[in-house]
Ligand binder design. Structure first.
Ligand SMILES: C[C@@](CO)(OP(=O)(O)O)[C@H](O)COP(=O)(O)OP(=O)(O)OC[C@H]1O[C@@H](n2ccc(N)nc2=O)[C@H](O)[C@@H]1O
Ligand SMILES: Nc1ncnc2c1ncn2[C@@H]1O[C@H](COP(=O)(O)OP(=O)(O)O)[C@@H](O)[C@H]1O
Length: 305
């Protein structure tokens, strides 16, 4: 039985500029995605019985019953979509997902698993689709999925699915404040619409400042330019998130921002040493359920074994 393992990173949004809702309900975005070195691993084992199964475990190998393991799991949807595209109904696969990316945390964990499953199944089934063809399938699965295939940094336009790679000069250092309770992306976008009363801009502002800061590699410039337009909506639904955003420290971050639709809070640090010091401080403060140190940009989905 052929088996392949794929690693796929989490993302954060360095800029999340949100326009008005479109006729199809999606919002026009100008976002800058940044992949970080927190990875889910997907091991795909092929079969010829037409069965698509998913098993989800945490980093210690324990089952994660709150993540769906039926066909609503985005990784299963990716496998089914690829199988339809290949028109080979007898293809089957067992997908074992080892999750390190927080669930419903605004870090695109489900989208990462979908991207990883596309790549893994294309390999174990010898599908032969090109990266460009996988991109097209990825966009069907979700707005964030194409970026997770690419990784690095990228400008995301349209509903986020049109990705243009952006080079950056340096590695950036992050501390993530993670909550056990996630947030629903559609609920946060709906709250954004309610708060803007349909008066949102049709065209979101271009994230010039963030793109320039990536070019220069200057973390202070990046901190000054980062912006997330979903912040007010997320805070309106979960006011207690303000505490995490306002956190103080003797070794303060350059800035703190929600990632995507939240609730994960990302702190940009000037260097790796201050990231370690601040992470200890943040753990002691007990505001978050978990504190993780990370670096970016990281590579996109890739086969590792
Ligand atoms: C907010 C962001 C920022 O990167 O990430 P997360 O916080 O989910 O990680 C994304 O826009 C989430 O993208 P993703 O989670 O892939 O969304 P999709 O599956 O395509 O859509 C889920 C739902 O989110 C809303 N949605 C999503 C993307 C978009 N541009 N406009 C929207 O209004 C819609 O209500 C849609 O039905
Ligand atoms: N492979 C998967 N991993 C995590 N969540 C998944 C997966 N497949 C489907 N889901 C569902 O998608 C929801 C959003 O999960 P996730 O992608 O982690 O969050 P976010 O959209 O905030 O980045 C979860 O609550 C879960 O019910």
């Amino acid at each position: 039985m052929r088996s392949v393992k794929v690693r796929v990173p989490a993302k954060i949004n360095l800029a999340l500029h949100v326009g008005a809702a479109r006729a199809d309900g999606y919002h026009q975005l100008a976002t800058v995605f940044h992949a970080i070195d927190i990875h889910d691993e997907i091991t795909a084992t092929a079969s010829h019985d037409g069965a698509v199964n998913v098993e989800v475990v945490d980093i210690l190998g324990k089952p994660m019953p709150h993540v769906p393991s039926d066909r609503t799991n985005l990784a299963a949807q990716a496998a089914l979509l690829l199988r339809d595209r290949l028109a080979e109904p007898d293809l089957g696969v067992h997908l074992r997902i080892r999750k390190a990316i927080p669930v419903a945390g605004g870090m695109a964990g489900g989208s990462a698993d979908a991207a990883g499953a596309l790549l893994a199944c294309n390999d174990v089934w010898r599908g032969g689709l090109t990266r460009r063809e996988l991109d097209t399938l990825a966009a069907v699965l979700g707005s964030d999925v194409p970026f997770l295939l690419h990784g690095g940094n990228a400008l995301g336009t349209g509903r986020g699915e049109q990705v243009t790679p952006v080079l950056s000069r340096s590695t950036f250092h992050w501390v993530l404040g993670v909550y056990a309770e996630g947030m629903s992306t559609p609920a946060v976008y709906a709250e954004f619409d309610r708060l803007s009363e349909g008066r949102g801009k049709n065209t979101p502002d271009e994230p010039h400042g963030v793109l320039a800061a990536l070019g220069s590699g200057d973390p202070e410039a990046l901190a000054g330019a980062m912006r997330n337009d979903l912040t007010d909506a997320a805070l309106s639904l979960r006011p207690e998130l303000a505490r995490g955003l306002d956190v103080g420290s003797a070794r303060p971050p350059l800035t703190g921002l929600l990632s995507g639709s939240g609730p994960t809070t990302v702190f940009l640090m000037p260097d790796s040493e201050s990231a370690e010091v601040f992470s200890v401080d943040l753990r002691d403060q007990g505001i978050f359920d978990g504190v993780v140190v990370a670096e970016g940009p990281a590579a996109g989905a890739r086969v590792v074994g």
